[in-house]
Design a protein around this ligand. Structure first.
Ligand SMILES: [Zn+2]
Length: 234
């Protein structure tokens, strides 16, 4: 009985092999056809992704603020402002890659600095490091702003092409690739505005030359700092 089943299976297999050997030219067009179809589907998917990005991230939602709003910020040239803010963002990203805590701290609010700093420490605990490289600006919009008595806030979108991946202590890539990717971020910049001299954030005494007169705390400059970086999800 068992021998019978075994013989049947072997016979069926032999017949199948025979069919493949005899009719193999039939399979060539099938392979070619499926390869072409796969390639076309991939291309279409890529196009759809790019199309979706164009539509949702930028063309519809974001435009630059108008001249009046720009004037209320006491700024004449929007491109100069973009260059200035982008440089802060770029320096921050580079400092993050280089574990340059001082520059990170200078270019971001304490809240954001703490978030990024603890992310780095956690990665290092697992002997991992995030690599950010070859950053290239694609598009940037200053799409909103806010002025208050104490704070000036500027809302931007920054689209960059860059390389981003995680590696372990031996330089092996754990996640991501060395292929450049394009991503867009909402980056919010803030600047303290105090007309009658800066106050110490620690004790509220007046600050002279970046150092508190009373408690000696080093007070950051009043340049724009990054308050938040959020990836814009398509
Ligand atoms: Zn103080």
């Amino acid at each position: 009985m068992i021998e019978n089943i075994f013989t049947t299976i072997i016979t069926i297999l032999l017949i199948l092999v025979g069919i493949v050997i005899y009719f193999w030219p039939i399979f060539i067009p099938i392979f070619i056809f499926s390869a072409i179809r796969k390639n076309m589907a991939n291309k279409k998917m890529k196009q759809n992704v790019i199309h979706a990005e164009e539509k949702t991230v930028y063309n519809k939602r974001f435009t630059d603020i108008n001249k009046e709003e720009l004037r209320s910020l006491e700024i004449n040239d929007i491109n100069q402002l973009k260059q200035y803010l982008y440089a802060i963002f770029l320096d921050f990203e580079k400092a993050y890659n280089n574990l340059d805590y001082k520059t990170m701290n200078k270019n971001s609010t304490s809240k954001l600095y703490n978030t990024y700093h603890s992310a780095i420490l956690l990665n290092l605990k697992f002997a991992q490091k995030k690599i950010i490289d070859n950053i290239e600006l694609k598009r940037m919009f200053i799409y909103s702003s806010m002025n208050s008595q104490y704070r000036q806030t500027i809302y931007t979108t920054i689209e960059i092409e860059y390389v981003s991946y995680m590696e372990d202590y031996s330089g092996q890539i754990i996640s991501g690739t060395t292929e450049p990717i394009t991503e867009a971020f909402e980056v919010v910049f803030v600047k303290s505005v105090q007309k009658d001299g800066i106050k110490c954030p620690n004790c509220a005494a007046t600050v002279t030359d970046g150092v508190c007169d009373y408690c000696g705390t080093e007070v950051k400059s009043t340049d724009f700092e990054i308050d938040s970086i959020k990836k814009i999800v398509q």
